[in-house]
Design a protein around this ligand. Sequence first.
Ligand SMILES: NC(=O)c1ccc[n+]([C@@H]2O[C@H](COP(=O)([O-])OP(=O)(O)OC[C@H]3O[C@@H](n4cnc5c(N)ncnc54)[C@H](O)[C@@H]3O)[C@@H](O)[C@H]2O)c1
Length: 537
Amino acid sequence: MAMFRSSSRFVVRPSLQLFVFLGKSQSRSFSISTRLKQHNLKMEVEITAPNGKTWSQPLGLFINNEFVKSSNESKIASINPTTEEEICSVYAATSDDVDKAVSAARKAFKDPSWKGLSGSDRGNLMRKLADLVEQNAELLATIETLDNGKPYSVALTENVPEVINVFKYYAGYADKNFGQVIDVGPAKFAYTLKEPLGVCGQIIPWNYPLDMAAWKLGPALCCGNTVVLKLAEQTPLSMLYVAKLIKEAGFPPGVVNIINGYGREAGAALVQHPQVDKVAFTGSTATGKEIMKMASATMKNITLETGGKSPLIVFEDADLDLAATWSHIGIMSNQGQICTATSRILVHEKVYDEFTEKFKETIQNISVVGDPFEESTFQGPQVTKTQYERVLGYIKAGKEEGATIFMGGEAAPHKGKGFFIAPTVFTDVKPTMKIYREEIFGPCVAIVSFKNEEEAIELANDTTYGLGSALFTKDLTRAHRVAREIEAGMVWINSSNDSDYRIPFGGIKQSGIGRELGEAGLAAYCNVKAIHVNMAA
Ligand SMILES: NC(=O)c1ccc[n+]([C@@H]2O[C@H](COP(=O)([O-])OP(=O)(O)OC[C@H]3O[C@@H](n4cnc5c(N)ncnc54)[C@H](O)[C@@H]3O)[C@@H](O)[C@H]2O)c1
């Protein structure tokens, strides 16, 4: 008998009330039926999205290449943030289930079907997975839009291609990631081996469910590790579908295990599990700190990619049209739910008025807020009610602290529903204000003016975070000088949030530890073992 529970975030309903979306491809209005089609002993439900795409959605925990129920049969509802309606309910892992997934990964790590593969063989499996993702691009983009609220066009042209690119990129490294022979003289032969770490526990957030999973799975599998990936409880659907593709691609059972579940339960159990060798996490700084503490008990290898309050500096000689365009991309993309969002714009006082007007015009022209399945939509809803209320809370705090709402500053419901927020720009912001200091994670930006380069750098670095940063100037010498002075893992000169899978991504200060992507991303997933051979023996 299934157990059901409710939390402050979700109301979990009995599985027989799972809803099915019925829609027409061109029509934006769609009805909801309580008719349920269940397959494979209730492990899948048939869903039709507003764009007409239909699929069988897995609902189970993916362990040993099979979808299974959680041990206590509890579930978490996935809510469509556009309509506030339940899409379906997905099994939520308990610590017992985490244990099962870790055991499967541990067994697979030693199994010849995985351990015995050459790097080229692993690369071939990863390429096969990339091809399957490509074949299912429209479906995966649809699932992502329904579950997360991001515009379909973005999911299709940015997020799904990122997954394909990352898998192919690290597939290419799988047979090229070697150790070294080190010359220490004729009496000794020395070399290094790059060995996989073992079982990797990976915990991802809800803002980029597909991308974050690929960033973590790609290098881990490339190096020969096995994985237990915990999805964000708010957005598990797209990666559960990818789990089907992982099996279809031919990965041996237990190599990739994918579980849904709450952070405090499944996430914490994964981090503390003694058979987990490494933890990779993306999410809030507060949770990152908890993970550090929990992982210290068994001194696990960890990589953390956490929060940010990234500055974007507009110098007096900047191309202001360019600066306005990228400032908009840097904060308003993905509903502002980006760890590297350039959420503090620092503008030289001489160009402050001109820039702010251009920025406003850019937002008005581009930031169409609405149904994420509409082609014209730039900004969909915030991912959950919790996030929506959190962002509105910051807007309220900004007003109370005396900042000026230059534009936006309110909810923007679509047809009376959904977690939509108007793009919001604050001016007259003081560096002491909450909206200047804390990560808002929404379409909200604070603009501050500065008098000279020294002050700009000081303002930029006046934060506990150190993730992204951007600067706009036509003076190349200044650009490189300031880039060195900014305390951040990444600097964009004359752009913002220009991520690329070949370039390392990560932060300093309280924005994280370690790097993902690029060649640097491999370092997080292998041991360098040194072998000393006494040639005089
Ligand atoms: N850096 C990023 O990309 C990112 C992503 C999401 C959220 N955030 C920030 O975090 C804020 C809150 O969002 P949130 O509550 O979803 O983030 P969160 O950090 O709590 O959740 C991220 C992931 O960590 C898991 N988790 C939570 N508590 C855990 C624990 N004790 N042990 C192990 N895993 C745990 C969650 O289940 C989820 O999978 C946002 O408003 C935003 O500021 C940052």
